[in-house]
Design a protein around this ligand. Structure first.
Ligand SMILES: NC(=O)c1ccc[n+]([C@@H]2O[C@H](COP(=O)([O-])OP(=O)(O)OC[C@H]3O[C@@H](n4cnc5c(N)ncnc54)[C@H](O)[C@@H]3O)[C@@H](O)[C@H]2O)c1
Length: 467
């Protein structure tokens, strides 16, 4: 059993602290946000993460998990002095794309001023290469009395929406330090997880995190580029991805064409890595392209809508899904939010719904009608866009959706639905890169059901309706 302090109680800090407590350690989590800590003490979590609320409650009740705003209590409790301090504060995107390290700096200064015993400072936040050395520098300069300490980089790879499972079943644990014994002490903590543990130097560990996220973002932009080519040539990117994925060298993961990556990590991490490279006089051409393709992907949906229903001014657009991905209420850099703004700029009225991200959305999106459910959202819409592939959208009553819409234009930003089925239901449907449809029994006869159905075709059908 170790005494652990976790600084910053957001996604990473709360999951890290709770999981370490669940593994039998005594964990105290500290945050400067007083409301957040007051709520946590009453069992109210600041984030939506499946399974976390119950796990927090269990460990609080077992007397292993505590929440405080006091660094003094978190670090120097005479009965449970923290030997390891995990830093999990935010590192948002700053000006010019670099990581904003103000919270990391504040933590380093406060720990230096307060801690009164030897400690290992473990950085879980995603920080630019060289930050570990910088933190060590700040701590040694700010300490009132020299207290031994070490700095370890331990980047986190959990995904929101499956954070507990990811934390407890990691593909690997990366530990970087100039002090091997400190890295090995942290490695001990992770041994129960039976994952490969790699010990390396501080800068290499920091780079592993950026390189991993940049690679995953690259896979997403790659398949989106392929989707755009598929769309022009009549191939179906969904099947292309399946076919590619059988190759073990490629793998199926992160080959889903759609609205591109979003959230609190990939966008800022690709930007930060690009910035690091530029500062060093390197020219990160591929990273630049990855970011450009990602931005274009969102715009392409708006252009599709315009192509299908003309001027968007005065039209009503429904957006299904505002979280940047399912099973989270995180809307940071979310495609759904971006699209709402883009359509508003075009003069359209926007309605939207998300199963869990409505409170977060209400705080930042003005003049968007936030609806009680999917059906209220689509009612009277000229265009509906599926932006997040929540499970509940998979089983939506599409006939009801179509009947509620003013025009049945449906843009599937996550390629969730079968194009043939959508055409059959009478939608003017567009996925991203879905080609001309699957082979039919009589082969090449005529036009396969699919992407070439145009606004004019629908208009003709609509006009014939009453006859
Ligand atoms: N969210 C993810 O899925 C994820 C995954 C892997 C890595 N990361 C990285 O982990 C880090 C944290 O991300 P997050 O999403 O958990 O952030 P978050 O914004 O959800 O939480 C950060 C918390 O730190 C607190 N904080 C800020 N300054 C503080 C200070 N001086 N002392 C104590 N608390 C302070 C904030 O109040 C907030 O509660 C980032 O570097 C991020 O890139 C995030």
């Amino acid at each position: 059993m170790k005494n652990i302090a976790v600084i910053g109680v957001g996604y990473v800090g709360l999951v890290t602290g709770t999981c370490f407590a669940d593994m039998g350690n005594r964990v105290i989590c500290v945050d400067v946000n007083e409301d957040r800590i007051a709520n946590l003490r009453q069992g109210i979590l600041p984030i939506y993460e499946p399974g976390l609320e119950e796990m927090v409650r269990r460990n609080v009740n077992a007397g292993r998990l505590f929440f405080t705003t006091s660094y003094q209590d978190a670090l120097n409790d005479p009965e449970a002095r923290a030997d390891m301090v995990f830093v999990a504060v935010g590192t948002p995107e700053g000006v010019d794309g670099e990581a904003d390290l103000r919270y990391v700096r504040a933590v380093a200064e406060t720990v230096a001023e307060i801690v009164d015993h030897p400690v290992i400072i473990v950085n879980k936040s995603t920080v630019p290469v060289g930050t570990g050395d910088w933190v060590a520098d700040i701590v040694s300069h700010k300490q009132p009395n020299a207290v031994p300490f070490s700095v370890v980089s331990n980047p986190e790879f959990l995904r929101e929406g499956s954070a507990i499972a990811d934390f407890l079943n990691p593909d690997r644990i990366i530990l970087g330090s100039l002090d091997r014994s400190a890295a090995e002490a942290i490695a001990q903590l992770y041994i129960p997880l039976r994952a490969p543990i790699m010990v390396t130097d501080l800068r290499t560990a920091e780079m592993i995190k950026y390189a991993s996220n940049a690679f995953l973002a690259t896979k997403i932009s790659f398949i989106n580029e392929i989707a755009n080519i598929c769309e022009a040539l009549g191939a179906d990117v969904k099947e292309v991805a399946v076919g590619m994925g059988y190759d073990k060298r490629i793998g199926r993961a992160f080959l889903d064409a759609g609205l591109g990556y979003g959230g609190s990590c990939f966008p800022k991490d690709v930007s930060a890595l690009t910035h690091m490279a530029n500062v060093q006089g390197k020219h990160p051409q591929m990273l630049e392209a990855v970011m450009q393709i990602n931005a274009d992907q969102r715009r392409s949906v708006m252009l599709k809508a315009r192509e299908l229903c003309g001027d968007l001014n005065g039209k009503t657009i429904g957006i299904l899904g505002l979280a940047f991905k399912p099973n989270t209420d995180d809307i940071r850099d979310s495609p759904g939010i971006d699209l709402a703004r883009m359509f508003q700029e075009q003069g359209a009225a926007v309605k939207a719904f998300d199963p869990v991200a409505m409170p977060n959305t209400a705080r930042i999106l003005k003049d968007v009608k936030l609806c009680a459910d999917s059906y209220e959202t689509v009612e009277g819409c000229d265009v509906v866009i599926l932006a997040t592939e929540w499970n509940e959208f998979k089983n939506i009553n599409l006939i009801r959706v179509k009947n509620l819409m003013r025009l049945p234009i449906f843009i599937d930003g996550r390629n969730l639905y079968d194009p043939a089925m959508m055409y059959e239901l009478g939608f003017i449907y567009r996925g991203l890169g879905r080609g001309y449809g699957k082979p039919v029994a009589n082969g090449h006869k005529g036009q396969a059901a699919g992407a070439t159905q145009a606004w004019g075709d629908w208009n003709a059908t609509a006009n014939n309706k009453g006859k």
